[in-house]
Write a protein that binds this ligand. Structure first.
Ligand code: ATP
Ligand code: THM
Ligand code: ZN
Length: 196
């Protein structure tokens, strides 16, 4: 039996990763292929049992706490496995995914490549290394309007590097606007510290 393919879809928030994942799901379901869709329970923005895009299309998904919950949920005859928001899962997802492609399943993963601090999410980097295809999506920059948005900027100060949310705290920007916004944030902080 031939091994499966690994496709990893990455990019900033609002770049259409979930929409792209859903269009691949459609291809398998139209072809009446058996599939399973997973998403981390942590991502409860819209719904705990569906993956939902910003343009509001949705597909039913099995919520999981960690990557160890994936293999026990399989029947064995699935043709493809889809996993959204991989940045919220543990690094052992790599071994789980490699086992699935080695056993002949196609695997489609979508998630953030970079945090709002411009740090790579390790689990995404690991999966990109194993991928047959990496699809790097862009968003429209919220600041300058160019179709060059490659990073997510956090507009509020609170919360850590893992912090579920949407437009109330995150925007997608291009690299130039990201640097500009961080520069003005630093200047503001400096002024505040000087009592200005
Ligand atoms: N700045 C933007 N650039 C592009 N699309 C945007 C933007 N803001 C909102 N959208 C909408 O978001 C849709 C993409 O949403 P989708 O949920 O697929 O993105 P995503 O990359 O999975 O986001 P997230 O990482 O937040 O889950 C687009 O089709 C568009 O309707
Ligand atoms: C950019 C970024 C998004 N997120 C969250 C916001 C959303 O719930 C999800 C991206 O779709 O990831 C983080 O937890 N950390 C980050 O650095
Ligand atoms: Zn910009």
């Amino acid at each position: 039996m031939a091994t499966g393919n690994l496709v990893v879809i990455v990019g900033p928030m609002y770049s259409g990763k979930t929409s792209e994942l859903i269009s691949f799901i459609e291809i398998y379901t139209l072809g009446k292929k058996k599939i399973k869709v997973f998403k981390p329970l942590l991502d409860n923005r819209y719904n705990e049992t569906s993956i939902v895009s910003h343009s509001n299309t949705s597909v039913k998904a099995i919520p999981i706490n960690n990557s160890a919950e994936i293999l026990p949920r399989l029947d064995g005859d699935e043709k493809a496995i889809f996993i959204d928001e991989i940045q919220f899962l543990d690094e052992s997802l790599r071994e789980v995914v490699v086992e699935m492609i080695n056993s002949g399943k196609d695997v489609y993963c979508a998630g953030l490549d970079l945090s709002y601090k411009n740090n790579p999410f390790k689990v995404t980097s690991l999966l990109m290394s194993h991928a047959d295809t990496v699809i790097k999506k862009k968003a429209v920059c919220h600041e300058c309007g160019e179709y060059k948005g490659t990073i997510t900027y956090k507009t509020v100060e609170n919360g850590g590097e893992i912090d579920v949310g949407g437009f109330e705290k995150y925007i997608a920007v291009c690299r130039d606007c990201y640097l500009e916004l961080n520069k003005s944030k630093q200047n503001q902080n400096k002024l505040q510290n000087q009592g200005g």
